[in-house]
Design a protein. Structure first.
Length: 312
C-alpha cells in the first residue's frame, strides 16, 4: 500500500515550520542584515546592532520609565575587556547609578560594545595591545546618528562618559568629532603624550566641555603620567590632560580655577573647574584618593558627572 499523508497530518507537520519561518522573518526585520533596527521606546533595556564597515556592531540602550521629548543622551563607553554587559553588572555601582539618573531625569543611556576577536577593546589613540584597528570612532558616530534620527532625543545634548579604555575613547571622540557631542567625561584615562599632527590622533582643535576624573594612586593610568605598560604607551599626567583641554577650550589666558562646591567638604577628592567664559566649554579635573576604579564609594562621581553635563 503506498504511503500517504492526510490533510490534517499536513497541517500538523507544516504549521510549526511556518511558525518558525515567521519568527525568523520577524527577528531579521530588526537585525543589522536587513537595515538598522527600529528604536523601541518601551521602558527598560533593549539590544540592537548596526552595520559599520561590513561588520555588525552591537549596542544596547536603557529607556527610562518616562522618556520626554528632546531627551538628553549619555553614551557610556566600557573599559577594555569589560564589554557593554559587564559595565552595568550589579557590582559596578558607578555605572548602575546612571540608570537611577535616567529614571529621575528622563535620560536615554546608550551603551555600545567595542569589537575584538576575543575581548572588546576600543581603538582609542594608544597602542593598547591586541586592540586591532577597527574604526570605532566611525561606529560611535554612526550609532549617534541612529539614535538621534530614530529616538525622540535632543541631537545637541548627546554626552559621552567613558571609563579607562572607554575614557580614552571618549577623548578620541572629543578630539575628532567635537561638533557631535555636548561634552565628555573621561574617568581614569589620561591622554597619550603622542598627540600631534603626525600621530594617529591630533591635538584637539575645537572647544568641547571636558571632565577628567583620576585616581592619585592609580598604577594602571599613573596620575603623574609616564610610561604605562598596560597601555603600551607614555601617558600625560592628569593635570597635563586637563591642560590639553584648557588650552583648546579657552581663548587667551585661563581665568582662575574654581573649587567644585559639591566636593569641597570631602577630603578624599578635590575638583577644580577652569571656566571658559568665551566658549562655554569648561574643564574640570577631579583627583581622588584611590586607584584604577570608578570612585563611587568616595563621592557621588556619577551624579557629579551628570551635573556637569546638565549644566552645558
Amino acid at each position: 500500500m503506498p504511503f500517504s499523508i492526510g490533510p490534517h497530518t499536513w497541517t500538523r507537520v507544516l504549521a510549526p515550520l511556518l511558525l518558525v519561518s515567521v519568527l525568523s522573518l520577524g527577528c531579521d526585520s530588526t537585525s543589522s542584515r536587513s537595515g538598522p533596527p527600529p528604536f523601541d521606546d518601551s521602558p527598560g533595556w533593549h539590544r540592537g546592532a548596526i552595520e559599520h564597515n561590513n561588520q555588525s556592531r552591537a549596542f544596547k540602550y536603557y529607556v527610562p520609565g518616562d522618556l520626554p521629548g528632546d531627551a538628553p543622551v549619555v553614551m557610556a563607553l566600557h573599559g577594555a575587556t569589560i564589554g557593554m554587559d559587564g559595565m552595568f553588572a550589579r557590582s559596578r555601582t558607578g555605572s548602575r547609578e546612571w540608570l537611577e539618573i535616567a529614571d529621575e531625569e528622563g535620560v536615554l543611556i546608550l551603551v555600545p560594545n567595542a569589537s575584538h576577536d576575543v575581548q572588546p577593546v576600543w581603538n582609542d589613540c594608544t597602542p593598547l595591545p591586541t586592540r586591532g584597528t577597527p574604526d570605532d570612532a566611525g561606529f560611535l558616530t554612526a550609532l549617534t546618528d541612529w539614535t538621534t534620527s530614530r529616538a525622540d532625543v535632543d541631537a545637541d545634548s548627546v554626552f559621552v562618559y567613558g571609563v579607562s579604555n572607554g575614557g580614552q575613547m571618549a577623548n578620541r571622540l572629543a578630539i575628532e568629532h567635537p561638533d557631535r557631542y555636548a561634552g565628555f567625561a573621561a574617568f581614569i584615562s589620561n591622554v597619550t603624550a603622542s598627540l600631534g599632527d603626525d600621530e594617529e590622533c591630533p591635538m584637539p582643535s575645537a572647544p568641547i566641555p571636558a571632565l577628567i576624573v583620576s585616581g592619585k594612586t592609580d598604577a594602571t593610568t599613573p596620575f603623574e603620567g609616564g610610561f604605562a605598560p598596560d597601555w603600551g604607551d607614555t601617558l600625560r599626567s592628569a593635570p597635563a590632560t586637563r591642560d590639553v583641554w584648557v588650552d583648546n577650550n579657552i581663548q587667551g589666558d585661563p581665568p582662575p580655577r574654581q573649587t567644585n562646591q559639591n566636593t569641597e567638604d570631602n577630603s578624599a577628592v578635590s575638583c577644580e573647574i577652569t571656566p571658559a567664559p568665551q566658549t562655554g566649554a569648561d574643564v574640570q579635573l577631579c583627583a581622588f584618593d584611590g586607584g584604577h576604579t570608578v570612585p563611587a564609594g568616595l563621592f557621588e562621581s556619577t551624579r557629579l558627572t551628570w551635573r556637569f553635563f546638565r549644566g552645558r
